[in-house]
Design a protein around this ligand. Structure first.
Ligand code: SF4
Ligand code: FES
Length: 253
C-alpha cells in the first residue's frame, strides 16, 4: 500500500545510536508516523526527532547543511546503501515517496577507519580536509581581474574539469567501497586541477602529496569494483582514478 488513506505513511526505522566515539553503539527501533511522501528523508528524520524531543528523549544526531545536494554534509547509509541507492541522489534529496507505507528502513553512518563515528549517524570526515590541505595552493598572479578569455581553455578540458569539480566531498565513495578507498574523491580533486592550465604548475607535487596523505589517513586501496561510482551522488566517473594514476606516474619520472 502506497501511501495510506490519509496520504501519509507509517514506517519503522532501525537507527544506529552511539553516544560518543568510545561507545559500542547499537541499532535502535523507532516508529516514524504520519510521514508525508513529499518530505525529504531528512525532513522525515526531523519529524521523528521532534517527537523524541517532546518526549524528553535524545534526538538522533545526523549531519546536514544545504539540503539541496551541493554541500556533501548528509551521509546516511540507508538500507545498506550509501545515500539510499537512488541514482545521482544525496540523502537530503531522497524523497519519502520512494518508500511504501509499512516499510522497515535501516539507517547507519558511513563506516570506515578514516571516518570515525562522532555520534549516532555523524562521522568525522576531517581526513578529507587534510587531503585537500595536502594538495597545497595553485599559482595565480595577483592583481587586476584578468580579461575574460585571456587564458583560452578547450571545451573538452573545461567540461572534464567541471565534471571532476562536481564532487561534493560527501564520502559515499568510501562508504560504498569494501576497502574504504578514497580514490574516487582524491582523483576528482587531482583531475579537476590537472585538467586546467592554472593547475599544471604544482600538478606533480599536488598528486604526490594528496596520495601520501590519503594513505596516511588509513584509506584502503582501489580494487576496481566501481562501487564508488555507483554510490556517488554526483556521478563522478572511475575514469578519474585512471587519470590520477597517470598523473602519479608522471610525477615520479
Ligand atoms: S566522488 Fe562522489 S561519492 Fe565521493 S566524495 Fe565526491 S561526490 Fe561524494
Ligand atoms: S545536506 Fe548538503 S548535500 Fe545533502
Amino acid at each position: 500500500m502506497t501511501p495510506s488513506q490519509s496520504g501519509t505513511m507509517n514506517l519503522t526505522l532501525n537507527v544506529w545510536r552511539q553516544k560518543n566515539p568510545q561507545d559500542a553503539g547499537k541499532m535502535v527501533t523507532y516508529p516514524a508516523r504520519n510521514i508525508d511522501p513529499n518530505m525529504s528523508f531528512l525532513e522525515m528524520l526531523d519529524v521523528v526527532n521532534d517527537e523524541m524531543t517532546l518526549k524528553g528523549e535524545e534526538p538522533i544526531a545526523f549531519d546536514s547543511d544545504c539540503r539541496e545536494g551541493i554541500c556533501g554534509s548528509c551521509s546516511l547509509v540507508i538500507n545498506g546503501v550509501p545515500h539510499g541507492g537512488s541514482k545521482a541522489t544525496a540523502s537530503c534529496q531522497l524523497h519519502m515517496r520512494l518508500f511504501k507505507d509499512g516499510d522497515v528502513i535501516s539507517i547507519e553512518p558511513w563506516r570506515a577507519k578514516a571516518f570515525p563515528i562522532v555520534k549516532d549517524l555523524i562521522c568525522d570526515r576531517g581526513s578529507f580536509d587534510r587531503i585537500i590541505q595536502a594538495g597545497g595552493f595553485v599559482s595565480v598572479n595577483t592583481g587586476g581581474t584578468p580579461d575574460a578569455n585571456c587564458l583560452p581553455i578547450g571545451k573538452k578540458d573545461a567540461d572534464r574539469a567541471m565534471d571532476a569539480a562536481a564532487c561534493i566531498g560527501c564520502g559515499a565513495c568510501v562508504a560504498a567501497c569494501k576497502n574504504a578507498s578514497a580514490m574516487l574523491f582524491v582523483s576528482a580533486k587531482v583531475a579537476h586541477l590537472a585538467q586546467l592550465p592554472q593547475g599544471k604548475i604544482e600538478a606533480k607535487e599536488r598528486v604526490k602529496n594528496m596520495v601520501a596523505q590519503m594513505d596516511a589517513e588509513g584509506f584502503g586501496n582501489c580494487s576496481n569494483q566501481s562501487e564508488c561510482q555507483a554510490a556517488c551522488p554526483k556521478e563522478i566517473s572511475v575514469d578519474f582514478i585512471a587519470q590520477m594514476n597517470r598523473e602519479y606516474l608522471k610525477s615520479s619520472v
